[in-house]
Write a protein that binds this ligand. Sequence first.
Ligand code: HEC
Length: 161
Amino acid sequence: MMRVYDCILDELVAGYSKSGNPSAAAYKDWTRYSKISYTSDTHGGRFVNNYANATAKSEYSKFEDGGTMPVGSILAKDSFTVSSGGRVTPGPFFLMEKMSAGFDADGGDWRYTLMMPNGQIFGTTGGKGSAQVGFCKDCHIAVGDDQDFQFFLPEELRASN
Ligand code: HEC
């Protein structure tokens, strides 16, 4: 069966890729951790999917049992909405990138990026629009450093990798 997500994935990638951020073109070939697209109230109530790059895989695959993520780990969440009439619309792209020690020590050295569906950068920690993505860290630090500021995803939605 063709899922809505299969129909919109190429459109998401094309839009995000206009940013020139290498993760935008690459993420669809990373390991996907969500079995299905699920609604994330904390990311605008949109349907989302979770991906992690090869560097992140060994730890992210263990979810809560994983250790501190290696430098170079990238976690990506794409998003879309479906209207009551069935219209599917691309949503923003959410990224967490593990930077080297000292980048943002109290935030676990994560760089948060929020990108609009057309590839425009809304904000990135320590760069353009940094203040506008402060709310990402504010929420993610609430989960604590024992799981390296990651929330993972509801257990029943986890794909086994
Ligand atoms: C109010 C809390 C909250 C805010 C604000 C928030 N997140 Fe999240 N984030 C979560 C939760 C909860 C999850 C896991 C479940 C889900 O997606 O609903 C998550 C998961 C993620 C993931 C997958 C990695 C992981 O933690 O397992 C990424 C990437 C991510 N968020 C990026 C962002 C970015 C970028 C922003 C800001 C633009 C942001 N988040 C803002 C709560 C939040």
